[in-house]
Design a protein around this ligand. Structure first.
Ligand SMILES: Nc1nc2c(c(=O)[nH]1)N[C@H]1C(S)=C(S)[C@@H](COP(=O)(O)OP(=O)(O)OC[C@H]3O[C@@H](n4cnc5c(N)ncnc54)[C@H](O)[C@@H]3O)O[C@H]1N2
Ligand code: MOO
Length: 322
């Protein structure tokens, strides 16, 4: 080890003090000093790597940087390299999109590793949405070129911004309309819409009468709503009039019922290009429901079809810890 004094480190050296810290104690390019020797030995380094990159090969940091550039589409910025790893961060709040097929092909190259969050996850500005590093300290450039070729086919990782939509909320239920209980559903919907940058421009109560609810949906539309949420009355009770009311408003129903729990009695319809959602009681009561999966997609401009809902069953049993 003492012979290493004066030589140049080939990669960042990580030091972990359990329960306290993890990070690079020495960085690539550091010239080893005599006082570093006991620290290196305390980190278990009796031997160290000195940088030497043969022709046709890349150092791990340059490789990770090039792979990260190949992955990053709009709304994503690069951070690093640090300990050979590059992170991709969301530049703004939005819907994460991962091209899962391209991701799979890049990870099949061999020694290029790319980990992402799940496709279509809502993310916040500054969230890390993906990370990449290569396995060896020195990698054949051909592997990086293969990743770059896949990246040129189209973006692998993007964050789509939310559109600042004008939103209408129609809260149904005779108990709320007649003032027997206070509305607890409207505030939940309003908070989730506002958190994604939507602006509630219309909010009203309606009795469990299809004609009244349909009329209020039309009123929201006339006042400029670009997305409409109708709450309650979505289930099988004779008083549950909301699906019929949404149909009566002239909306084209994409799905009534979805393979997601909680929230299986959800309805999505469109009046022209304006989405109209029917939100069942669980959306008021549970922290994470189908609403949290569908709203970000609509706000990001996706137009959903029945096939999109059919796909939701796998993973559709939602966890409170999501
Ligand atoms: N036999 C079946 N039972 C149930 C089914 C089913 O398919 N078959 N579906 C279940 C599901 S899923 C849900 S969710 C619930 C209720 O869904 P609804 O959307 O019909 O909810 P409501 O009947 O309108 O209300 C239920 C409950 O919540 C209160 N509520 C509703 N809106 C408000 C509001 N704005 N503020 C405060 N409280 C509100 C309402 O008073 C009721 O107590 O049905 C399952 N059962
Ligand atoms: O549609 Mo209910 O909202 O699953 O619990």
């Amino acid at each position: 080890m003492e012979e290493a004094v004066g030589l140049v480190l080939g990669h960042d050296l990580t030091r972990i003090v359990p329960g306290q810290s993890k990070g690079p104690a020495f960085r690539r390019g550091h010239v080893i000093r005599p006082e570093d020797v006991p620290v290196l030995l305390s980190m278990g380094k009796e031997h160290i790597y000195i940088l030497e990159v043969p022709p046709g090969h890349l150092h791990e940091e340059e490789a990770a940087l090039r792979v990260a550039r190949a992955l990053a589409g709009s709304g994503v910025r690069l951070v690093g390299p640090d300990e050979g790893k590059m992170n991709l961060q969301a530049e703004h709040d939005g819907l994460l999109r991962v091209d899962v097929d391209r991701l799979r092909r890049i990870n099949a190259i061999g020694e290029v590793q790319v980990a992402t969050a799940f496709d279509r996850r809502p993310v916040r500005a500054g969230d890390t949405v993906a990370g990449t590093r290569v396995t060896p300290l020195v990698i054949e450039e051909s592997q990086v070129l293969a990743a770059e070729a896949i990246g040129r086919e189209g973006p692998v990782i993007r964050v789509l911004p939310y559109r600042p939509l004008k939103v209408g909320i129609v809260v149904t239920g005779s108990e709320v309309y007649k003032g027997r209980i206070a509305d607890a559903f409207g505030p939940v919907v309003e908070a989730k819409v506002s958190a994604l940058g939507g602006q509630v421009i219309y909010k009203t109560l309606s009795d469990d009468q299809p004609a009244m609810t349909a009329g209020k949906i039309r009123e929201a539309l006339e006042q400029g709503a670009e997305l409409i949420c109708v709450t309650g009355g979505m289930s099988v009770d004779p008083d549950d009039a909301t699906p019929g009311a949404i149909r009566q408003s002239g909306a084209r129903v994409v799905t009534y019922g979805a393979p997601v729990l909680p929230g299986s009695m959800f309805l999505l319809a469109y009046i022209g290009t304006v989405p109209v959602m029917g939100l069942p009681g669980a959306v008021m009561h549970e922290a994470v429901t189908i609403f949290d999966h569908v709203l970000p997609r609509l706000m990001a401009g996706e137009v959903l079809t029945k096939a999109d809902f059919v796909e939701m069953g796998h993973g559709g049993l939602l966890s409170k810890r999501w």
